[in-house]
Design a protein around this ligand. Structure first.
Ligand code: ZN
Length: 313
């Protein structure tokens, strides 16, 4: 069902964690901090800065404590640290710099066991413990349901299962529940249906969405989610991203592509498209490769005065 579109949407910048975690060569903490600084300058006010996981499993995140130590002191920016268990939660809290714990429950046993060594039910329990611990420490927590739209191991995922999990997780009082398309298999009809059902189940808690553009449906899914009432969208500068435990996972939806689509449609994000594109180009130079983002290549529209659109001959 098509309803009125909202006047604004929140974007969570996830490039420092989801964007970089799959990159093979190690990126120095100083460069990660430079990326975070660029994201803040471009308007990001909620940023997934790192994850507190086993460095053997995700070597790129071994510098979580260094990244935290260098985060700018900003009262207006919420720093999210992803954690998979209580050990990670304690590390994130001990850093003294993380505002919000990101807890992850997994919709299937297959991915749960591969990703964090737990069945789906066990991930709900751990997630709820993490949320409770965050609150006890004076932090907030977000809860994400991974593989909400499909699983690399178990295939199709039951919508009833995801709705049930959202309801269970909501009882612990996270700031929101996120539906994550970990391997990029969602389509807009599925997204609209599930966002609407989960919204109804956890009302008044908001719904966040997390899409990977593995099969080219990323932006369509964002639009469907926003139309169905999702309040917050995860996105990654340049469209970097992947999951070491989800075979075939490709990049997150690109922040600049999401910004362009929403802003052109009259939905405010509070982010600067120009500064985000500049961050893309900086990141491409740093990583020495072209970023997947489309708007990063083409630029926005209309062009600032004096610059003409490139045309295909
Ligand atoms: Zn992801």
């Amino acid at each position: 069902m098509y309803t009125e579109m909202p006047s604004s949407i929140e974007i969570v910048e996830v490039s420092p964690r989801d964007g970089l975690q799959n990159e093979k060569h190690s990126i120095p903490a100083a460069d990660k901090l430079a990326l975070i600084a660029r994201a803040i300058d471009a308007g990001a006010r909620r940023i997934e800065v790192t994850s507190f996981v086993n460095p053997k499993a995700v070597p790129q995140m071994a510098d979580a404590d260094d990244v935290c130590a260098g985060l700018p002191q900003r009262d207006d920016v919420t720093y999210i640290g992803l954690v998979m268990n209580m050990r990670g939660a304690e590390r994130a809290i001990a850093s003294g710099r993380i505002d919000q714990l990101g807890a992850v429950a997994v919709a299937t046993d297959g991915l749960g066991i591969a990703n964090q060594g737990q069945t789906s039910d066990e991930t709900i329990d751990v997630c709820r413990d993490i949320i409770a611990r965050a609150k006890e420490a004076g932090l907030t927590a977000q809860a994400t349901i991974a593989a909400s739209f499909g699983c690399p191991f178990d295939g199709e995922v039951s919508e009833d299962r995801v709705v049930h999990m959202a309801r269970e997780l909501a009882q612990s009082g996270p700031v929101e529940i996120a539906l994550a398309d970990t391997i990029g298999v969602a389509n807009p009809a599925h997204v609209a249906r599930l966002v609407e059902r989960v919204r109804a189940a956890i009302n008044p808690l908001p719904v966040r969405v997390h899409f990977h553009n593995t099969r080219g449906t990323g932006l369509a899914n964002v639009w469907a989610a926003v139309a169905a009432g999702a309040s917050t969208v995860d996105a990654s500068i340049g469209g970097l991203g992947g999951c070491p435990f989800a075979p075939g996972a490709a990049g997150n939806v690109a922040t600049e592509d999401v910004l362009y689509m929403l802003e052109r449609a009259g939905i405010e994000t509070g982010h600067s498209l120009e500064k985000t594109i500049a961050a893309n180009h900086w990141l491409a130079t740093l990583m020495n490769k072209e970023m997947p983002a489309m708007v990063g290549k083409a630029g926005g529209f209309p062009k600032p005065a004096g610059i003409t659109e490139r045309t295909a001959a």
